[in-house]
Design a protein. Structure first.
Length: 397
């Protein structure tokens, strides 16, 4: 091994794997990542950083806290939180908290950025600018939005560009996927309450049955994409939860529908939401009920800046080889709050493929999912390559 930096990375990997497994075993939900914050903070201090808390349970650390304000600064982001779900694996480091599990691989993303922190610290003097490490809480769930809070707290002040990554088992292991422009969906939460009048099941004529109205609404919403907006624009409306009633013989007074709206264009989102409101108003009039639409909260469209996506592509071609870099399968219909970071400053988000050739690797949010430790060195090399290239290019401008 002639490259001393590669040797340093190899020496680091066993410890990073250990940390990743420990984080996996002790998962924490959004804005509750106190233990994780403690572990990351201790690691950063051990490597000479002076991290500061951000967004409650997040951390921000600068490689050069006293950097010349004119020197370029690149930010790198990892997400810290787990999902509120069951762990179905029998891994030795399976979650010790029922109902909480790292099923999106944020434990791995955190370990990657910790590895980057250690490698950067070892070459601090060599770099042509500053690097800011963002350990972000609460990525999961549209009411999480830890990235939005970090931006509001000034985490990107003075930052020229921001980069983030995610493992993705639907893409082949060792491949990097990235594109310019729309990368991940504008994802909105849809919550609809149908208010009717309940009563005895034997006298439906004396009720305003919210279940029948809700059933018609579910069917009518299927025409929003196709009749309301074209189906070629990539818009999706899905109703994923229907809830009403508690007994066999009682017509309830309300029904709830939960679902999601996904698009790749804010104007399409607006049109879809307008059309949902029109359909809901019509159903309400037809069935004599009141339909209430809760504010469609969500994450905005994640847009990669062309020059940042190009930088990711160039680094990836060097790290994994040109044949393993592409944009097939993008943009993804999932939402991601990195969108707020990429709205604040130019940035790019990319995927590290984690799937076996047979396509049997459990995907993110599946109860059998586990982060692939082989991605730790790949993620570190990608981030270090971006820091090297972009600091050099930005300071030459
Ligand atoms: Ni995730």
């Amino acid at each position: 091994m002639s490259d001393p930096s590669a040797e340093g990375l190899l020496a680091l990997l066993p410890r990073l794997r250990e940390i990743r497994h420990d984080l996996h075993q002790h998962p924490e939900l959004g804005f509750e990542e106190h233990r994780t914050q403690g572990i990351v903070g201790a690691w950063l201090r051990e490597h000479g950083y002076q991290p500061r808390d951000c967004a409650g349970t997040g951390l921000v650390a600068d490689l050069h806290p006293q950097a010349d304000p004119d020197a370029p600064c690149i930010a790198l982001r990892a997400d810290l939180d787990c999902l509120p779900m069951h762990e179905a694996t029998d891994l030795p480091y399976r979650s010790v908290h029922e109902g909480r599990a790292h099923k999106c691989g944020h434990d791995g993303h955190t370990a990657i950025l910790m590895g980057v922190a250690a490698r950067l610290a070892a070459q601090r003097e060599r770099l042509a600018g500053n690097v800011r490490l963002l350990f972000q809480p609460a990525e999961e769930g549209v009411r999480g939005g830890g990235a939005r809070v970090m931006v509001a707290e000034g985490a990107l002040a003075g930052v020229a560009e921001v980069y983030g990554l995610h493992n993705w088992p639907s893409f082949p292991r060792g491949h990097v996927r990235v594109r310019s422009g729309a990368m991940m969906a504008d994802a909105r939460r849809l919550e609809i309450v149908v208010h009717g009048t309940g009563g005895h099941a034997s006298e439906p004529e004396r009720c305003r049955d919210p279940i029948v109205a809700a059933a018609h609404l579910v069917v009518a919403l299927q025409t929003v994409v196709s009749r309301g907006v074209g189906s070629h624009g990539g818009a999706v409306v899905s109703i994923c939860r229907v809830a009403a009633g508690d007994a066999h013989n009682v017509i309830p007074d309300r029904a709830e529908l939960w679902g999601t709206v996904r698009t790749f264009d804010p104007a399409v989102t607006e049109r879809v939401l307008e059309r949902i409101e029109e359909v809901a108003t019509g159903i309400a009039a037809a069935f004599g009920v009141r339909v209430e639409l809760l504010p469609p909260e969500g994450y905005p469209l994640l847009v990669n800046a062309p020059r940042c996506a190009d930088a990711v592509r160039r680094v990836a071609e060097r790290v994994v080889g040109p044949s393993r870099v592409g944009d097939e399968g993008l943009p993804l219909g999932a939402g991601e709050d990195f969108a707020y970071l990429a709205q604040a400053v130019p940035g790019a988000y990319f995927f590290l493929g984690a799937g076996d050739p047979a396509g049997t690797t459990p995907g993110c949010h599946h109860p059998d999912f586990d982060f692939d430790d082989e991605l730790i060195p790949l993620g570190i090399e990608m981030f270090l390559g971006l820091v090297d290239d972009r600091l050099r290019e930005l300071s030459a401008q």
